[in-house]
Design a protein around this ligand. Structure first.
Ligand SMILES: Cc1ncc(COP(=O)(O)O)c(C=O)c1O
Length: 394
């Protein structure tokens, strides 16, 4: 067996094909791979990679993506919709995560390309907002995502690693308090962390940050679009977002439990001065004045559209709504003889099978299957179980 994926079934392209493939052959190859891989997560048993798992939902998102999939959002006079989408994604996320103006502060945000990117932009922002600190340090719980170490390496910010309590897996607050010094620009807490799905004591970290006049970034890449709804539903979840005094920034991934496509995440800040610290400007370029909010250049029009569409779709009718009434129709399962097939919401008449946009003929997974063979609708990603030189930025 070859180590190269699909070497037994598909040609390997080491160079551009002599003559281009026809569209049908390309679709055939894609269909083959999707048919092989989808059933892996459709079993409902995966610890990452998938967050939603509902093909109907992805049909909607793919359609939304297609309206502006061809747009490289850069010159915003050509694509004002991208500015609307981006601004509203940020505003809605800030609203969800408690970003409200204070007497001297204006909340703001940044749409990035994923969790690691939101974290990297936060680290860059804390470095840039402390030009007086030659060797900036952030204190991160051992359980915080490796993206912090990656960003620290890239931007010359030392990550001082705090131990966690072996029972609660929450960061050791005494250790953090004892290791804050004049170089410390910010603390880090997770809500939730990836490894355990637990939440650090954000309130206490916020108090420490306030006492020392430093920042606190909350990594809610995983929890940002699910914990607020858990709180609304009455689960015992301690406050973790911008409502907590001392929290100065929070990252939340729209592409995870926001159920959008991979490629967008939101970095929210309590005050726009922190966001502005990592803006990039070059006014003396032969190509014109160039300015970008962060490290990315042009944005994907399709991803901004799809993300906006999913948020406005879901967060009233979706996560905040009552569960739909139990299905009433019963048909035999396609996969086994059990007769407990859920036939759609509320016993609506059967809908004809639809082909996916690529024409691959995949029926919507889950229809005509019993509860054992029906894919999970929510494939959980929560498992149970000396500073480098500064990189020039401005
Ligand atoms: C808590 C947390 N933070 C950050 C990330 C990084 O996100 P991404 O893979 O989108 O860069 C992840 C990814 O799973 C995560 O779970």
């Amino acid at each position: 067996m070859s180590d190269f994926p699909y070497a037994d079934r598909l040609a390997i392209h080491y160079q551009l094909p002599e003559s281009g493939l026809d569209r049908e052959s390309v679709h055939d190859a894609l269909t083959l791979m999707a048919r092989a891989e989808d059933p892996v997560w459709e079993s409902g048993q995966c610890s990452g990679t998938m967050y939603c798992g509902d093909h109907d939902h992805y049909d909607f998102v793919n359609k939304a993506f297609s309206y502006f999939s061809h747009v490289n959002a850069l010159q915003r006079d050509m694509c004002p919709s991208a500015t609307k989408f981006e601004a509203e994604i940020i505003a809605m996320t800030l609203d969800l995560l408690g970003g409200t103006p204070g007497p001297d502060t204006r909340p703001a945000g940044l749409v990035t390309s994923g969790g690691s990117a939101s974290i990297a932009h936060a680290v860059l922002a804390y470095r840039e907002s402390h030009p007086d600190v030659a060797h900036p340090v952030m204190i991160k719980p051992e359980t915080a995502h490796p993206a912090f170490s990656k960003a620290g390496h890239l931007f010359g910010v030392t990550m001082r690693v705090a131990p966690v309590d072996p029972v609660t897996t929450q960061v050791d607050l005494d250790w953090v308090a004892a290791h804050i010094d004049a170089d410390t620009v910010a603390l880090i807490g997770s809500a939730t962390n990836y490894g355990y799905g637990t939440i650090d004591p954000i309130g206490e970290l916020g108090a420490l940050a306030l006492d020392h006049g430093i920042g606190l970034h909350v990594d809610a890449c995983l929890g940002g679009f699910i914990l607020p709804f858990g709180r609304e539903l009455g689960y015992d979840i301690a406050p973790f977002d911008l409502r907590v005094p001392g929290v100065t920034s929070i990252s939340a991934d729209t592409h995870k439990y926001g159920y959008a496509l991979k490629g967008t995440s939101v970095l929210c800040v309590a005050d726009r001065a922190l966001r502005n610290a990592q803006y990039f400007y070059q006014s003396d370029w032969s190509g014109g004045k160039y300015c970008s909010p962060g490290m990315d250049g042009s944005r994907s029009g399709g991803l901004l559209t799809a993300t906006w569409a999913v948020i406005v779709l879901r967060h009233d009718r979706g996560l905040r709504s009552e569960p739909t009434s139990p299905p009433t129709r019963r048909r035999p399962c396609r996969t086994c003889p059990v007769d407990d097939v859920a036939g759609g919401s509320g016993g609506s008449p059967p809908r004809p099978r639809r082909r996916s946009p690529g024409g691959d003929g995949r029926a919507r997974r889950g229809r005509n299957r019993c509860s054992r063979h029906r894919p999970s609708r929510g494939c959980r990603n929560l498992p149970t179980s000396a500073s480098a030189p500064r990189s020039p930025w401005r």
